[in-house]
Write a protein that binds this ligand. Structure first.
Ligand code: PPS
Ligand code: ADP
Length: 261
């Protein structure tokens, strides 16, 4: 487990300061680093891609459908010729964040690092789909602040705990209920719902029918279209199946979904 500072100070480094795990803030001068300006501008990169970079940030309980909807949305965007990146909690914890657990401080560090990676993608004009429980409001808000409001589209998967628990595709709720997993979000660890998410996805549609992942992805797609993130005309590109992930790693079962929404 990474030794993170006991007190979790979650604030953005002031201009000219940089951060390190444990939330000790050193000035850039103290660290002998300077910001290097230059290179090809974000606008030029976005013009090349005919799209505007942003992050669609999925937050919600385990089993709420974050990965499924993100995956469905990514396929739909791919078919429209949109360049995307998909960052998923489970996958990122196999690599970049494999040294982090699930304490409050480690979840904060997880989201901070992912926020920084996301920012790099977004500044390259990529539409980035980030799917993390991200249970603490402050951590999500810090990413929003760091990115700038226009670049951050928060999608709240408003799926009741009972529904998530009844799905339990990885059997984690069962383990959490019998105490074999500690600090499980929604069971013995908190989840703070967003106060003003750009998009809320309810378990049921306005007619009271259960919403499919495809219907949910369509809502986000419509938002991206209406807000001018997508400028690319429809294309008939062939669609690849879901990515296989790294060989030898525990794989989440990918349901056989029809990605044509
Ligand atoms: N204690 C505990 N609480 C919640 N989730 C747990 C825990 N232990 C393991 N897992 C598995 O880790 C996945 C969540 O990782 P995240 O990086 O999204 O979590 S967080 O944003 O840092 O809270 C989560 O994936 P999803 O089910 O896809 O949400 C679980 O598979
Ligand atoms: N809209 C939905 N309706 C019904 N089942 C869903 C929906 N979205 C996801 N699921 C199912 O719920 C389970 C959890 O979905 P998943 O995407 O893994 O959630 P998360 O990434 O939030 O943990 C999976 O078995 C998935 O097939």
């Amino acid at each position: 487990m990474l030794a993170l500072g006991r007190s979790i100070s979650r604030k953005l480094p002031a201009h000219g300061m940089s951060s390190c795990p444990g939330a000790q803030y050193l000035t850039a001068r103290e660290q002998h680093i300077t910001w290097h300006e230059g290179g090809v501008s974000r606008e030029a990169k976005e013009a090349l891609l005919h799209q505007k970079g942003c992050v669609v940030w999925f937050t919600g309980l385990s089993g709420s459908g974050k990965s499924t909807v993100a995956c469905t949305l990514e396929h739909a965007l791919y078919r429209r010729g949109v360049t995307t990146a998909l960052l998923d909690g489970d996958n990122i914890r196999h690599g970049l964040n494999c040294n982090l657990g699930f304490s409050e401080a480690e979840r904060a560090e997880n989201i901070r690092r992912v926020g920084e990676v996301t920012k790099l993608f977004v500044e390259t004009g990529v539409i980035t789909l980030a799917s993390f429980i991200s249970p603490y409001r402050i951590d999500r808000d810090l990413v929003r602040q760091r990115m700038g409001c226009r670049d951050f589209i928060e999608v709240y998967m408003k799926i009741p705990l009972e529904v998530c628990e009844s799905r339990d595709p990885k059997g984690l709720y069962k383990l959490a209920r019998c105490g074999k997993i500690k600090c499980f979000t929604g069971i013995d660890d908190p989840y703070e719902a967003p106060e003003r998410p750009e998009i809320t996805l309810d378990v049921d549609d306005p007619q009271g029918r259960r919403q499919s992942p495809e219907a949910m992805a369509r809502i986000i797609l419509a938002y991206l279209e209406e807000h001018g993130y997508l400028r690319t005309p429809l294309s008939n590109n062939a669609v690849k199946g879901p990515s296989r992930g790294a060989a030898g790693l525990a794989q989440k079962k990918v349901p056989a979904l029809d990605y044509s929404i």
